[in-house]
Write a protein that binds this ligand. Structure first.
Ligand SMILES: Cc1cc2nc3c(=O)[nH]c(=O)nc-3n(C[C@H](O)[C@H](O)[C@H](O)COP(=O)(O)O)c2cc1C
Length: 188
């Protein structure tokens, strides 16, 4: 396993949180590039979601694997949107958002909202809380009210309070190391 040291910026935030003796803030350390960092993050296998919202320009969707459950009581979840995204304003400002947890058969839906946030053509939808488009067929659907937003580097973290939900049985869609898969495929 190859070790790559923290950049000075990350080292500074680490040192400010966990004061220790191995060098003060700003200690000169070698840096690594975004590709290396992305490669490390990508080794964490996730599920996949499509998040939808209603915006001034109509329905909007995005494929996101930054989703995480946070709290059962109250029921809170989070996901994060890249500041560089053309869909940023639509999601950053949306009070209600629907998080669709994708099943193994929904790679096409993931690809659709990876490419284009406005392409709802031919999808079976109905309006949810706040007029948010709910797409039929997800493994789980969480209708959320965004109760907190947190600036985090090049992303904005959105915390959602789950106001309504639906689940169905099935196998989840899995994403790791830049590839789609299923739990069965990863286990073999
Ligand atoms: C597997 C996967 C996971 C993604 N997760 C996120 C995410 O959590 N947050 C995000 O802002 N974009 C995420 N994206 C990127 C968006 O789906 C989309 O491709 C991007 O917003 C396109 O740029 P645009 O919004 O400027 O059109 C992900 C893409 C893929 C393929």
């Amino acid at each position: 396993m190859e070790r790559v040291a923290l950049t000075p910026d990350l080292a500074m935030s680490r040192n400010s949180m966990f004061a220790d003796a191995d060098g003060g803030p700003g200690a000169a350390l070698p840096s690594f590039d975004a590709t290396t960092l992305r490669g490390a993050f990508g080794r964490f296998a996730t599920g996949l979601t499509v998040v939808t919202a209603a915006s001034e320009d109509g329905p909007v969707g995005i494929t996101a694997n930054s989703f995480s459950s946070v709290s059962l009581d109250p029921p809170l979840v989070l996901w994060s949107i890249a500041r560089s995204s053309r869909r940023f304003d639509a999601f950053a400002g949306a009070r209600f958002q629907a998080i669709h947890i994708l099943g193994a058969g929904q790679i096409d839906l993931s690809r659709r909202f990876f490419r284009d946030g406005r392409d709802f053509a031919g999808l079976d939808t109905e309006p949810g809380l706040g007029g948010v488009p709910l797409i039929k067929g997800a493994l789980a659907l969480l209708e959320c009210e965004i109760v907190s937003r947190m600036d985090c580097g090049d992303h904005l973290v959105l915390i959602g309070h789950v106001r309504a939900m639906e689940t169905s049985d099935g196998e989840p869609l899995v994403f790791a190391a830049g590839r789609y898969g299923t739990l069965a495929a990863f286990a073999s």
